[in-house]
Design a protein around this ligand. Structure first.
Ligand code: FES
Length: 109
C-alpha cells in the first residue's frame, strides 16, 4: 500500500486532533505547536474511545474519558489507566498534502 492523502496541511488546526480513516484504520492526526504533524492510532487502548476527541498538550494527546495521555512520538501512554501503546504512523508532507501509509507503523522505543 502506498501513502494516501488524508487532509490538507492548511486545514489542520494547531494543537488539535483530527480523525482520519484509511481502509478502516482510524488515526488521530495532530499538528503540534512546533509545526510537526503526527499520526497515531485513534482508538484508546483502555476503552473504545476516539483519541481525536481528546486534548493536545505539547507532544501528547490525552484521552478525555479517563485521562491517559499518549505520546505523539512513541504512542506510549504516559500515565494509567491505559498501559498499551497505540501505533504511530509515518507522516509525509508534500506541499499542502498530508500523506499517511497505514501499513507503515513506526517502531519507536
Ligand atoms: S478510555 Fe481512554 S483512558 Fe480510559
Amino acid at each position: 500500500m502506498t501513502a494516501q492523502r488524508v487532509c490538507a496541511l492548511s486545514d489542520l488546526e494547531q494543537d488539535a486532533a483530527t480523525r482520519v480513516e484509511i481502509d478502516g484504520v482510524a488515526m488521530a492526526v495532530v499538528l503540534d505547536s512546533n509545526g510537526v504533524v503526527h499520526a497515531i492510532g485513534d482508538v484508546c487502548t483502555h476503552g473504545d474511545i476516539s483519541l481525536s476527541e481528546g486534548f493536545v498538550d505539547g507532544e501528547t494527546l490525552e484521552c478525555w474519558a479517563h485521562g491517559s495521555a499518549f505520546s505523539l512520538r512513541t504512542g506510549k501512554p504516559l500515565n494509567l489507566p491505559a498501559y498499551e501503546p497505540v501505533p504511530v504512523f509515518a507522516v509525509t508532507i508534500d506541499g499542502d498534502d498530508v500523506l499517511i501509509d497505514p501499513a507503515v507503523k513506526l517502531e519507536v522505543n
